[in-house]
Design a protein around this ligand. Structure first.
Ligand SMILES: C[S@@+](CC[C@H](N)C(=O)[O-])C[C@H]1O[C@@H](n2cnc3c(N)ncnc32)[C@H](O)[C@@H]1O
Length: 302
């Protein structure tokens, strides 16, 4: 394995790496869950509209907006709304949502609301155990009745696929990808879905419009989609599409670690799995293990 993600190296020594986590203990009422994440970012205060023509969305939005702490929710409101619409339209078809990359739980909390409304199971997957805990405690404050439907998995998507591949309850899944944005990592994540593709209904992948100022960041999510599904996958755009190349608030020209959004490219792509072909990996050449950066520690020890 030539490319090692420093973020994965940071967390893969955790004893629970590559496994589902035990149900977390409650936090004290005044404890802010994002303190558990251990990553400093500007907080965004993203509110969800409570006045749309859909009562279920408005109820979910109202409860998300009542959360007493600030967070950094990383997708546009349109992206969050499009994910909701997909789940609403596929009510009874999609039975499980796998969210890869949770951070402060911006989407996770919405998925928890959808889990109750549309009878879904939710698996949250992240390399950072603090992010999983923060998302859990945000759900606990916002949709406590959803907690029995939520599981936390510490590791990357290929680790998760290894864990559920033999589980018949893993079926009719929507996979939402907003984890690493580095080409080699996203490519491995998407390739791992090949090994369970008959049980994945659709993939929604975020930040397919994003570029990073530092070339060694390898931030090419859309290119990883092309590597796995070809340059012309069947997809629907999700979220915001900017008419011109756009930089986020706080952008300073020439500084490293800036990002920009490509003109005319969608924030996210909805990829129905049955309507697409995996051009990579090759069923006779690759094995799921080829895409696992750091195997589960318990598997290693066994
Ligand atoms: C952009 S944030 C996710 C934001 C979230 N979807 C939201 O609605 O605000 C990215 C998250 O992906 C996690 N991450 C980074 N690399 C990962 C990987 N290889 N596998 C799984 N999660 C990863 C980070 O720890 C972080 O929590």
């Amino acid at each position: 394995m030539s490319f090692h993600d420093p973020l994965v190296d940071r967390f893969a020594s955790h004893p629970g790496w590559g496994c589902f986590m035990a149900r977390p203990e409650p936090l004290p009422a005044d404890g802010d869950p994002i303190a558990l994440v251990g990553v400093d970012v500007p907080l965004t205060d993203l509110k969800r509209s409570e006045t749309t023509d859909n009562r279920i969305w408005n109820d979910i939005a109202r409860r998300i907006n009542a959360y007493p702490f600030r967070t950094s929710d990383q997708c546009s409101e349109k992206h969050y709304r499009d994910v909701f619409e997909f789940l609403r339209l596929n009510n009874g078809v999609v039975r499980r949502v796998v969210e890869c990359g949770v951070f402060h739980g911006g989407l996770s909390v919405e998925l928890a609301g959808c889990a109750v409304a549309f009878d879904l199971a939710i698996d949250l997957v992240d390399v950072n155990p603090g992010a999983l805990l923060a998302a859990w405690h945000r759900i606990a404050r916002t949709f406590p009745e959803a907690l029995d439907r939520v599981r936390l998995f510490l590791g990357e998507l290929p680790n998760y696929v290894q864990a559920v591949a033999a589980d018949p309850d893993f079926d009719a899944a929507l996979v939402h990808h907003d984890g690493s944005h580095r080409f080699p990592v996203v490519m491995r994540d998407l390739a791992s879905l090949y090994y369970v593709h008959k049980r994945v209904h659709a993939l929604i992948i975020q930040d397919t419009h994003l570029r990073h100022s530092d070339p060694s960041n390898f931030c090419f999510v859309d290119a990883a989609v092309a590597a796995v599904f070809g340059i012309d996958p069947r997809y629907q755009p999700v979220g915001t599409t900017f008419v011109t190349t756009t930089t986020p608030a706080g952008y300073r020209r020439g500084e490293k670690h800036n990002v920009y959004f490509q003109a005319g490219r969608p924030e996210g792509m909805l990829i129905p799995i049955a309507e697409n072909r995996f051009l990579y990996p090759h069923p006779l050449i690759h094995r799921l293990d080829d895409f696992v950066q750091c195997p589960a520690r318990q598997r290693e020890a066994a």
